[in-house]
Ligand binder design. Structure first.
Ligand code: ATP
Length: 328
């Protein structure tokens, strides 16, 4: 693996407010890296510093080992895709895509070759003569993506590009974008606050909280081995049990429910069901223990008798291997 972008103790302050405290990060060539975190945690600011739209207050950013400090955005060999597609309304799909190549005076044959190629990638060949207002939101975002990849950038920066689309379309475009990224081999740095989206698309996720990266790892590692309480509770759900200086975290789907008179496994405790929500194949069961509320995802098999009801007394067990110990 080769590092393409290196952030070296970069920092961003707006007046007195520290939005990104000193932060270092290496991004590998060809990877799909997602910056994930709650609203206001500094994701966009970090992305804009990489793009060159925002100047770091301190620290350096390197592309292929060369400092970007004095390089303006348009010379950075990167493009950015925004949530608002920012297409030229009076130009058709082709003209929107070709705009950058025309400005750079790329020759006509090369323009045509690149255009056909990217129209194919984003499946817009049939719609090439339409203007933005004749396209759906998803199609407009495809044009914006085509425009951003047509000049073969080394890095594509994407700021919540699917945020304006409805749930179903977002799901299908997530897979399309991920496949496009793998086929093109372009490094993607992707900002979202949607953890499912981050899980579905990324090679690595950097989980951000108040400008800091709390953990950076593969989606599976972030989910199964969170290193901080913030990561454990921000990504999916976790039951947190406080034990002095440490906490233990157990995923709701790792917990087994038993009738109180049955044989339960280790870590057995008993409680009372306060709510049970039907979710199709699963039932989300809320349980009150002594001084602690917890959530369990119980499988619903037809005819297995596990029809949990409010006020039922239940026994609870989980395997120690499914428990993650964290500082709290
Ligand atoms: P969201 O998901 O809501 O877009 P984000 O994680 O991308 O949030 P940023 O947009 O990077 O967060 O903002 C981080 C913090 O910096 C916020 O508190 C924001 O108000 C502040 N901020 C961003 N830009 C400026 C600016 N130009 N001047 C002052 N404060 C700013």
């Amino acid at each position: 693996m080769k590092t393409i972008i290196q952030l070296d103790t970069i920092e961003k302050r707006f007046a007195e407010a520290v939005v990104v405290p000193p932060l270092s990060l290496s991004i590998e060539e060809g990877e799909f890296l997602t910056l994930l975190g709650p609203s206001g945690c500094g994701k966009t600011t970090l992305l804009r510093m990489i793009a060159g739209f925002e100047e770091p207050t301190a620290g350096d950013i390197f592309l292929d080992g060369k400092p970007l400090g004095s390089v303006p955005p348009y010379q950075r060999d990167m493009n950015m895709v925004f949530q608002q597609y920012a297409l030229f309304p009076h130009m058709n799909v082709e003209q929107n895509i070709l705009f950058g190549l025309k400005m750079k005076k790329v020759n006509a044959a090369e323009q045509k070759r690149r255009l056909e190629e990217v129209l194919g990638y984003v499946q817009l060949t049939e719609l090439r003569k339409r203007t933005p207002k004749q396209l759906s939101g998803g199609q407009q975002q495809r044009v914006a993506i085509a425009r951003a990849i047509v000049n073969n950038p080394r890095v594509l920066l994407l700021d919540e590009p699917l945020g304006a689309l409805d749930y179903q379309l977002r799901k299908s475009l997530q897979l399309e974008l991920k496949n496009l990224q793998k086929n093109l081999g372009i490094t993607f740095i992707y900002v979202t606050h949607d953890q499912e989206e981050a899980m579905a698309m990324s090679d690595r996720i950097a989980v951000m909280n108040k400008g800091r990266i709390e953990q950076i790892a593969s989606p599976a590692e972030i989910y199964n081995k969170p290193q901080t309480l913030f990561v454990a509770t921000f990504i999916g759900e976790n039951n947190i049990f406080r034990q002095g200086d440490t906490c233990s975290a157990v995923r709701p789907e790792k917990i087994k429910l038993y009738r109180t008179d049955s044989d339960a496994t280790e870590h057995r405790c008993t409680g009372t069901i306060t709510d049970a929500v039907f979710l199709g194949n699963l039932r989300k069961v809320f349980i009150r223990l002594d001084g602690q509320d917890m959530t369990v995802m119980a499988h619903q098999y037809a005819g297995n008798g596990l029809d949990w009801q409010v006020d039922d007394r239940v026994a609870i067990g989980w395997s120690q291997a499914d428990e993650v110990i964290l500082p709290c």
